[in-house]
Design a protein around this ligand. Structure first.
Ligand SMILES: Cc1ncc(COP(=O)(O)O)c(C=O)c1O
Length: 321
């Protein structure tokens, strides 16, 4: 997406610098603006390409990753796709460990990009398309086993600073530049919390008055201290019911919002029909929460959101009927 006058040396350099678009059709009749960052236009069709690049390049710079070393990561598909692209171009073998509960388009895309994909069965009570914290714990166990067995580098998106840094150094500053700094709030559906944390840090540094809200699935809003009643929600890519997310900095969190499956799905469908934005469940959740803010505490404001990944990743689900 980056503007260019000469060819890029590789696909890796095309990551980031995605367009920022005003969702003026969805906000018709509502006082305020939603500015949406089209992260689904990255080469792997999600915002996670950014962290894949940052984590690998940080590890190379710090000498933590040796030439030829295998790279392993747990993924709901998007980080894995980003890592498959970055590792493919740089010549590392990449093993993606993913729950069978995530949509299969993702596994196919990662293997097409050269990754070795290891699928982990869900817990007996879990449903395909609804990956719970318990399912994710099984994926984590398998990822740890493979790292140990192959003496691999773990591109740990939950813990490594590259996740935060990708958004702090790039996504956040890009939004500030593209909006002329004119944003009042930011809300983001948290998985690892890296996108929220990095963007919020950049925004607060620029203007501490920018309000930053974490979005959680209704019934799995454990970060805000609510009881877990609905672990198997359908908003893929986050809401894992984990109370400890090391990427998050409490001082940057102004509040928490909740979005239902139904609201995320309805808004994802409206984004496609009314804005020409073909994005996934979590993008629907981000815009649904932004609309809620414009109707409540942020009336008349400008709210920044990320459109996290492409709707193409959900063709096998009931998002598109
Ligand atoms: C589609 C999608 N949305 C949202 C998220 C959450 O982003 P983060 O991990 O930065 O909190 C992810 C993370 O994998 C994702 O894949």
């Amino acid at each position: 997406m980056t503007q260019q006058n000469t060819p890029f040396p590789s696909t890796i350099e095309t990551i980031g610098n995605t367009p920022l678009v005003e969702l003026a059709r969805l906000t018709r009749g509502i006082n305020g603006r939603i500015l949406a960052k089209m992260e689904y236009l990255n080469p792997g069709f999600s915002k996670k390409d950014r962290i894949a690049r940052q984590i690998i390049e940080d590890a190379e710079a710090e000498g933590l990753l040796q030439p030829g070393q295998t790279i392993v990561e747990l993924t709901s598909g998007n980080t894995g796709t980003g890592l498959a692209i970055v590792c493919g171009v740089k010549g590392y073998h990449f093993v993606a460990v993913m729950s069978r509960g995530n949509s299969m388009e993702r596994a196919r895309m990662m293997s097409a990009l050269g990754a070795e994909v290891v699928l982990v069965n869900q817990l007996p009570e879990s449903q395909p398309g609804q990956v719970s914290g318990g399912d994710l714990a099984l994926v984590e166990q398998e990822a740890q086993r493979i790292v140990y067995e192959r003496k691999a580098f773990r591109a740990d998106q939950f813990r490594l600073a590259g996740n935060f840094r990708a958004h702090y150094l790039n996504t956040g500053p890009e939004i500030l530049r593209q909006s002329g700094g004119a944003i009042d709030a930011f809300c983001d559906f948290a998985g690892t919390g890296g996108s929220f944390a990095g963007c919020a840090a950049a925004f607060k540094e620029f203007n501490p008055a920018i309000k930053c809200f974490i979005i959680e699935p209704a019934g799995a809003a454990v970060l805000s201290g609510e009881p877990l009643t609905y672990p198997n929600h359908r908003i893929q890519g986050g809401g894992y019911s984990m109370t400890d997310l090391p990427q998050l900095r409490p001082e940057h969190i102004d509040g928490y919002l909740q979005v239902t499956d139904d609201a995320a799905i309805q808004i994802a469908r409206r984004l496609a029909k009314e804005e020409g934005v073909f994005a996934g469940y979590s993008s629907g959740a981000n815009v649904a929460a932004a609309l809620h803010l414009l109707e409540t505490s942020c009336r008349g404001g400008s709210i920044a959101v990320l459109l996290c990944d492409s709707g193409l990743k959900y063709l096998s689900t009931d998002l598109w009927t």
